[in-house]
Ligand binder design. Sequence first.
Ligand code: TEU
Ligand code: CA
Length: 558
Amino acid sequence: MTTTEPAPETTAWWTSAVVYQIYPRSFADSNGDGIGDLGGIRSKLDHLAELGVDVIWLSPIYRSPQADNGYDISDYEDIDPLFGTLEEFDLLLAEVHERGMKLVMDLVVNHTSDEHPWFIESRSSRDSPKRDWYIWRDPMEGHEPNGWTSAFSGPAWTLDPATGQYYLHLFAAKQPDLNWQNPEVRAAVFAMMNRWLDRGVDGFRMDVINFIAKTEAELVGESVQPSMGPQIHDYLREMHREVFAGRDTELITVGEMPGVTVEDAALFTGADREELDMVFQFEHVGLDHSDAGKFDNLAFDLVALKTSLARWQTGLASSGWNSLYFGNHDQPRSVSRFGDDACFRYESATLLAAILHLHRGTPYIYQGDEIGMTNAGFTTIEQYKDIESVNHYSEVVAGGADPAIVLEQMAFRSRDNARTPVQWTPGPQAGFTHAEPWIEVNLNADTINVQTDRAAADRSIFEFYRGLIALRHELAVVALGEFALLEPEHPTLYAFTRTLGSDRLLVVGNWSSEQLRLPQGLTDDAGTRLIGNYPEWDMQTLEPWEVRVYSRAERSGT
Ligand code: TEU
Ligand code: CA
């Protein structure tokens, strides 16, 4: 493809769209049981419309025993009563559409719950017609068939005593993996997806979708995992044919893919390949810990982060598309992880937002990031609810680890950091619920909440996000401009340009809590400042966590 001919991706609506992720159980509780629900989401739609987001992605709301907060589904066709009903879902969908937004569902089809009727039938006997819908193996000399490990500690195989075979679960034992080699499984999943699209949903975020094709063992850090089989491309193309064909231009599809390389991603997202619109990659969120120890905290290195993101920008420049995120329900809060949430919370939260949103790709905002919510601050094991954290603690403490050290690591790394209730107002339970919340509200809720942030005239993180989203909607260069990293070796400066025809944006950010002298000439001829997080600025210096976006297009600064 030549550079004069725009890639097909560049005409897609989602190049100028921003997605907002809702983790329903922690968003807003409408019926006073301490758990967020559809009524809560409906009551906050104006907050999201005012922010300006184009798409809402809901983490799973299907019927589920909630062993992994809904990522263990026992009925794909119904809403969990914790969250509401199908009727209420239809109301929510209509209200989202009325406001000009789209709604994306989480699709968790690498595995089901062990309480799904498919699995209940599959485990009932070796001759069950659904036996082959899951992955069953004979014991190997009285043990697990191989050394694959579960992401939530322990082996990835559990013995079913009644039938004497092991079933595979890459996550919890309550999350058995479906066998995608079986065409009946694929047909059942595609039919279910079609029913949701017919109901009016606008696409899917696909949970660990690269795990559906499994081949032989591969060592990932200290844990042994199956490697991604080549059939993955066939499965995704079949899905495209069976589900998306004919309506894909209105939809958005994003595949979550731990371990995916940029070369793989170019294949998954190349427009002519008819697989996915974009993928969530993990390279940039894996730099500060090792695969072996998800809970180890390595020193943060900005050069490594810039190098990684720049490689993805370049790797998907001519074909394919990036999704952009610094946080989600599985990651620590971005301002606590990458910024300075103690001394420069407003500045570092807005810098992170500007840098992320000005890369080329579709940005994802995780709930609460638009007001700079921070890590949970938990200090006892009883405060944690996440299966990954709780299992990890038991496993390593049983193995002799010092509980105080494990808790310290978890305070930085646990998924629960991002799962505390959204802080709406000062006062009891931060306005999230009238009851006891399912997980504790952060102690800083009286100062960090939506009401207080939105009222903070010049220092509202929400307002800053609003400005960034508006820029993406207004300026083609934000959506499509070519990316070039500047000063790649600088340890604290994050600088890059975006260029489209004669329009050029320059982004300069100080990723540190110290003043920074800009390299000579960097901002000469930069043009007008479009957006920034300090009310006044000096051409040659960046204040702690200061970020500025300059434009050479004819447009007045704000
Ligand atoms: O996560 C997949 C994943 O690889 C990790 O990010 C995961 O959170 C964990 O750290 C594994 O070590 C997806 C979902 O986003 C996550 O919430 C689910 O728990 C998981 O799949 C299983 O469905
Ligand atoms: Ca509720």
